[in-house]
Design a protein around this ligand. Sequence first.
Ligand code: MLC
Ligand code: AMP
Length: 497
Amino acid sequence: MSNLLYDTLIAPRASDTSCFIRRAGQPDLSFQGFAQMAARLAHCLVNAGVQPGDRVVVQAPKTVEMVALYVATVQTGSVFLPLNTAYKKDELAYFISDAAPRVVVCDGARADEIKEISAGGTVLTLCADGSGTLMQGALGQPTDFDPVPRAEGDLAALLYTSGTTGRSKGAMLTHGNLLSNARALCDLWQITKADTLIHALPIFHTHGLFVALNTSFLAGVRLDFQSGFDLDAIFDAMADSTMLMGVPTFYTRLLADARLTEHATRNMRLFVSGSAPLLAETHVAFTQRTGHRILERYGMTETNMITSNPYDGDRRAGTVGQPLDKVELRILDPETGADLPAGEVGMIEVRGPNVFDGYWNMPEKTAEELRENGFFITGDLGVMSADGYLSIVGRSKDLIITGGYNVYPKEVEDVLNDIPGVVESAVFGVADADFGEAIIAAVVPETDTELSHNQLATTVADKLARFKHPRRYELMSALPRNTMGKVQKNVLRDTYS
Ligand code: MLC
Ligand code: AMP
C-alpha cells in the first residue's frame, strides 16, 4: 500500500537536482536535497517516539526546515499541527492539551515556556536560522525513509480554527482532502514546472501551507521562499517569478507602492487573492496599474478551496468565481433550509472530496456543522449569479477577518469580561484600509470604576496573540441592545467606523 500524499507529491521528484527553493542569504536547495532533509527528519521523529496517527505540533519561525518537517509527518503517517507564531502561552496550552501531541517543535527562545505546557510531548526546537534540537536530531540520519502506508481517508493534518463559542476546533484533514484540492488548483490555474512562486505567506494556515505548497510539490514549481511579507523582497523576486499568492492586504500594500507597474510585473502570470474579501476597487486598480487581473478564490480551513475565478475567462471583481472540480455548492435559506435560486442570498454549503473529516474530539460540533449527507455549513452568506459566479455578501458567524487572520469576538470578549471592573464588552470589526477589518472593543465599566485603555490593553496583551488585540477601546455606560436584549453590533460598527 502506498502513502498517498508522499507518493504523489514528493516521490516523483525525489532525485531532481535542479533548484527547488531559493532564499535570501542561503544557497539554493534542490528537490533532492529537500526530500533528503525530510527523510532525515522522518527518522528524527520516529526516534522521538512518533507513531502513525500521532500529532506533531509546530510553532516555529517560517523556514524550509519546517516545510520539510511537514513532509516528514506525511512520511511517518503522523499528523501535522502547525500553530500561529503569534499565539501566547495560554492560547498554546489549549491546543496542546486538546491535541495531546507526541512531539512539540518550537522556537528555541520559547522552549522553557513550552515545556511547562507540553502535556508529556517531547519538546524539540527549530529556530529562524534552522538551528535547534530538531535538526540536530536529523543530523547523520539516513537520507531515505520508507513511507508509512496512508490512504485517502487517513489524517494528514489538524488545523485549528476558532469558533463562535470562543473555543478553537481542530479540523481533521485527510490525505484525500489535500490531494484532491491540489489537483483541482493545479489544473485550473495551469500551474506547471515552468512556474516560480513567490512564497510570502505564513505556513501555519491553509493558504500558505496547502494552497501554495501542495500545488508546488505536485506541479514541480520552484519557490522563492520568503520569511514573511516584505515589499522589497517581493519586488526583487517579481523579475524572475511567475506567481504570487496573497491575502488582500498584500495587494493593497503593493498598490500603495510606486514600484508596482506593468514593467515590474512583466514576468508574472498569476496573482491569486484569498482568505478575506478583496475589494472590487483593489481588483480594478491592480489591473489599471499592471494589466494583470487578480484571480480571487474562496476557501476555509475545513474545506480547503471551494471556488475560484477562472484562469481562462472572466475574472470578475467582487466575486469568488465558480465551484472547483468535484466540489458541490448550494445556497440555502437559513430559516427554512430550502434551496435558493440564483440571485437570492443564503447560507453557503459545500460538499466534495475537499471537505474535512470532522472536528478533533468534538462530535457534537461536527454534527452541528457537517450534515449527514456530507454538506458542510460554511457560515458564509452568498449569492450565485445566473451564470454561476458566487459572491460572498456577509457572514452568519460573528467573525472578524483582519489581514487574513480570523478573530472570533467571543474569545476577546471573554478576556475583557474577566478583567475586574468590567461589566461587559462587545468586540466588533470596522473597515480598515490595510487589514480589511480592524478590531474595536466597546467596554462597559462598573459604576464608579476608572478603567484605562492601558489597563485593558495590558491584560489582553498577556493572554492573546497581537492580531486579536483591539486597536481601540470605547468606554460606555451601556451596550446598545435591541428589544430582545441582543447586543446590536451593527449599531456599534456604524457609530465607530
Ligand atoms: C500583523 N499584525 C496584525 C496582523 N498582522 N494585526 C492585525 N491583523 C493582522 N493580520 C500586527 C503586528 O503584530 C504589528 O503589531 C502590527 O499589526 C503591524 O504589523 P505589520 O508589520 O504591518 O504586519 P506584517 O508583519 O506585515 O503582517 C501583515 C500580513 C500578515 C498581512 C502580511 O498578517 C499575514 O501574512 N497575513 C496572512 C494571513 C494568512 O495567511 N491567512 C490565511 C488563513 S487560511 P505592532 O504591535 O508591532 O504594531 C484561510 C483559508 C483561505 O483563511 O481561504 O485561505
Ligand atoms: P479560516 O477559518 O481561516 O479558514 O477562514 C475562512 C473564512 O475566510 C471563510 O469562511 C470566509 O468567511 C473567509 N474567506 C476566505 N476566502 C475569502 C474570499 N475570497 N472572500 C471573502 N471571504 C473569504
